[in-house]
Write a protein of this length. Structure first.
Length: 405
């Protein structure tokens, strides 16, 4: 018996076209590996998509890849992640299931105050699969609190539990401040716990919980992830023994520069000299610039020339990080390596509760932010785009008012 486990593909995640293409190519390579390994099935542990509806070309290629698996009679089982939903609760994943390209294993009923999950049985291996979807801001907590773990533990046979949330026992030291749940929120005795959401490669096995695994993202989703991980990955699990398989597409080269006591012109010159000495070999070049400038700001760096020189040296793409660059002229606000989503979440939590109401204002604000950040679809008229945003906004407020009533 052999299966693959992947998570956090985030199709359409990067705004930059060059890196957005790398994101898609990582998924294609993952499907190639699943086919080459002759896996019995594929698990996607949330966030196949970065938005509820990515660009048409990205969507077409995603469907084409899942169709390759279906044609090879390799089933795809998934749970939805926090990025897979629109603000109105809709997800393209439902369409994939409707056309038999993937199966949602989050199925169950509410009996009293208990959530009773049902198993999806893989027809070839007879492995039983279930799991819980992920929601932004740890709003999936009530699912775990209401979960009928005993009925899941009592189910005979070989079982897999899928999750898309932060687990305490799997967190690395640099993420200890991240809110999380203990593994004990999940049923014991499963053969494998297929995780997603936290973009790290980590495996733990503790009493009653074997093979609880984050496989890492299919492709790093921001500067700091490229710096730390360099490449994406997936897990191949054969007879319940997991092995990590890298999804290497482009080499990653990092140049760090100390700007203390220098002007923007000094820093730009030093970067140019450093790049000209390097063989880029089609790499993604990461420029991390830190310290305190004597004058000017990061905007005064000669970015266009730096980019031109790097590309001439053979770089595939260049990314710059100046989050820890300040100046005597202007002390810029630093947010470190937090993602946009993490920054929004932190601010919302700091200000939650200032308005007296009976609804979850953090959840409502997150849904509104997600709605208002949606981009126009290809070929969509401006009037239709504005109408769609208004309808999604109305849906959010109407659902809030209904719960308040």
């Amino acid at each position: 018996m052999k299966f693959a486990h992947i998570a956090d593909i985030h199709i359409g995640a990067w705004r930059d076209p060059a890196l957005k293409e790398m994101n898609l190519q990582a998924f294609i390579k993952a499907i190639d590996i699943v086919l080459e390994e002759k896996c019995d099935f594929l698990l996607i542990a949330g966030d196949l998509l970065n938005t509820a509806l990515p660009a048409v070309d990205q969507l077409k290629e995603t469907i084409r890849q899942l169709k390759r698996l279906a044609q090879a009679k390799i089933p795809t089982y998934y749970i939805a992640g926090s990025h897979d939903f629109s603000p109105s609760g809709k997800t393209l994943l439902d369409v994939l299931e409707e056309v038999d390209l993937a199966t949602n294993v989050t199925r169950g009923t509410i009996e009293g105050d208990m959530l009773k999950l049902k198993f999806t049985i893989d027809p070839k291996t007879k492995v039983k699969i279930t799991g819980l979807l992920g929601k932004k801001g740890m709003l999936d907590k009530h699912y775990y609190e209401a979960l009928d773990r005993k009925s899941l533990e009592d189910e005979p046979g070989e079982k897999i539990f899928m999750f898309h949330t932060s687990i305490t026992e799997l967190k690395p030291e640099n993420l200890q401040q991240m809110e999380s749940y203990s593994l004990t929120f999940m049923p014991r005795g499963f053969k494998y716990y297929a995780g997603g959401h936290v973009h790290i490669r980590k495996t733990v096995s503790i009493d009653g919980y074997n093979n609880a695994i984050y496989p890492g993202p299919a492709f790093p989703c921001n500067f700091s992830e490229l710096e730390k991980l360099e490449y994406g990955s997936l897990m191949i699990v054969e007879d319940w023994k997991p092995r990590m398989v890298p999804l290497k597409l482009k080499p990653v080269k990092t140049i760090r520069l100390d700007a203390d006591g220098k002007t923007p012109e000094n820093v730009s010159s030093e970067i140019r000299r450093t790049i000209q000495k390097e063989e880029m070999n089609d790499s993604i070049l990461l420029l991390r610039i830190e310290g305190r400038l004597t004058q000017g700001t990061s905007a005064d760096l000669d970015n266009n020339e730096i980019m031109t020189i790097a590309l001439k040296q053979g770089a595939y793409h260049v990314l710059r990080n100046t989050s820890k660059l300040t100046s005597e002229e202007l002390d810029e606000t630093s947010v470190g390596t937090l993602s946009t989503e993490e920054i929004e979440e932190r601010i919302l939590k700091e200000h939650a509760g200032q308005i007296k109401n009976s609804w979850n204002e953090t959840e409502t604000a997150e849904r509104l932010l997600s709605t208002l950040s949606q981009e126009k679809y290809e070929g969509e008229k401006t009037s239709d785009y504005e109408k769609r945003l208004m309808e999604d906004t109305d849906t959010i407020f109407n659902s809030t008012q209904n719960r308040e009533a």
